[in-house]
Design a protein around this ligand. Structure first.
Ligand SMILES: *Cc1c(COP(=O)(O)O)cnc(C)c1O
Length: 476
């Protein structure tokens, strides 16, 4: 299997998996996708149903990722996947269990991993793949990242103790929830450094960009990224669409759709890939909060990135995005994999107008029939209502992001069964839960008392030079 860039104009043969694993963007600024999607037959799905039931999530994950990775020996890859999805690391040994709500919606629980956020599903595999590939090459890597919460803690939990990996994680000082701060700052690993920047999340991101634009620094420290455009993260996420679909269709005979709380379009891009592989997904229901860049596209055909000032801070903060970094992958498929057109939209149109308009194209008008996307959005009040409703009907507490998905699923008018992807545990967003139902969400035992552990964090002013100094001081 070879990988091509969404902006490729040359038609040259693509790169093997191991060559794109440690990269973020392709050299031409595009995103990597496999040159074609492996196809899965009904017989294969039947066999996987048995495999998942008898041997568990990791066994299914190995089968699926093997279709996309042919340059790691099978036995090595099996070990990598088994370590990533070792059941004891998850709050439930099923790894991604599903439950049915009273009104017929299903939840697929993606947030049972080490940092109790769905990002773990991807990061756990990425951490193992990085460690393997760096070991094989005898190389090291320095991850410099920015986080407003979930991504950072998930990356840190996945990369701690991995030989050859150093992590510098920037976060906006005092702006994460107390639980998220405790989760990140209590990690005790000398190769993982928390840096609290006196600024907002965008300032952290600007510092990361500034360091990355210094070619000499970047090469000297082998600076890499684990952001959501990394192909291996998407690949890992494809697996749970299969796992959830197989479990739910044990009980529900009709068409099955997924509702996906969305920000950077990573989660739902994995659903798109599963559907392109032949998994019978009826509709992919995209849910946004008040930051509705993506909802607007699927409603109107216009993709318009927002400014920082236009991006609202909401009660589902992991979906507060101004542009959706993985969206280009879908547009590449939508436009028949025309790299030239993708380049002109994402480079020229976005630079000139901050937007592009596909509303008049046959590709956009036929997208629901061909690709199955529908979309909706929620408000703070909608989320409170859904959290309350699900709690009263089922005794289950859902987090505000999952509530976005539940709200949009209910209003979608889509026939058949809908699986809502649960993307975080409510404990991470206790304030909103208390506002909705007056109950403090329960805390998994492994996080009892983390606020009392020693905090390991360095405070810096909002200045790239200060961060650079810390990285320089800590090694080559
Ligand atoms: C990251 C995240 C999302 C959004 O996922 P994307 O892949 O960016 O679309 C939704 N909910 C939670 C809790 C998240 O952490």
């Amino acid at each position: 299997m070879r990988y091509v860039s969404t902006r490729d104009l040359t038609g040259a043969p693509g790169l093997p998996f191991s060559d794109i694993l440690l990269e973020g963007l392709a050299a031409d600024g595009g995103l990597y996708l496999p040159e074609s999607y492996p196809q899965v037959s009904t017989e294969q799905l039947d066999a996987w149903r048995t495999l998942l039931a008898e041997e568990g999530y990791a066994a299914l994950a190995f089968e699926i990722v093997s279709l996309f990775i042919d340059d790691i020996p099978a036995e090595d890859l099996r070990g990598i996947v088994q370590r990533a999805y070792e059941p004891s690391k998850f709050l439930d040994p099923a790894v991604v269990p599903v439950t049915r709500l009273e009104d017929g919606l299903w939840l697929a629980h993606l947030s049972n991993g080490p940092s109790v956020a769905f990002k773990d599903m991807a990061m756990q595999l990425l951490g193992e793949l990085f460690a393997y590939e760096l070991g094989r090459r005898g190389e090291t890597i320095t991850i410099v990242g920015a986080t407003s919460g979930d991504t950072g803690s998930s990356a840190m939990y996945a990369l701690q103790g991995k030989p050859g990996v150093r992590v510098f994680m920037l976060s906006p000082k005092g702006r994460m929830t107390p639980f998220q701060q405790a989760q990140m700052f209590s990690l005790d690993d000398p190769a993982i450094v928390n840096i609290a920047v006196d600024g907002v999340f965008d300032d952290c991101q600007d510092i990361v960009k500034a360091l990355n634009s210094d070619a000499d620094f970047k090469t000297r420290h082998r600076v890499g990224a684990v952001n959501s455009i990394n192909w291996a993260r998407l690949l890992a996420q494809v697996v749970y669409y299969f796992a959830a679909w197989l479990q739910v269709t044990d009980h529900e005979p009709g068409p099955v759709s997924f509702a996906v709380p969305s920000g950077n379009f990573g989660n739902i891009a994995a659903g798109h890939i599963a559907r392109q592989m032949g998994l019978p997904i009826h509709r992919l229901i995209l849910a946004t909060n008040e930051n509705n860049v993506l909802e607007e596209f699927f409603r109107t055909g216009v993709y318009r990135v927002r400014s920082g000032a236009e991006t609202l801070a909401t009660s589902s903060p992991s979906m507060d995005i101004s542009k959706a970094s993985n969206f280009e992958r879908f547009v590449f498929d939508l436009l028949g994999r025309d790299g030239e057109q993708v380049r002109s939209l994402f480079v020229d149109s976005l630079a000139e107008d901050g937007s592009f308009d596909l509303s008049g194209t046959p590709e956009f008008r036929s997208q629901e029939e061909r690709f199955g996307f529908v979309a909706g959005q929620s408000t703070h009040q909608d989320r409170l209502t859904e959290i309350r409703r699900v709690y009263e009907a089922d005794g289950v507490i859902i987090d505000p992001h999952t509530a976005d998905g539940v709200h949009v699923a209910r209003g979608s008018g889509v026939d058949g069964t809908i699986i809502v992807l649960e993307t975080a545990l409510p404990v991470k967003f206790a304030e909103t839960i208390v506002e909705a139902i007056g109950v403090v969400p329960p805390r998994p035992e492994r996080f009892e008392g983390i606020e009392d552990l020693p905090r390991r964090v360095v405070d810096v002013p909002n200045d790239p030079a200060a961060v650079r100094e810390i990285i320089e001081a800590s090694g080559p």
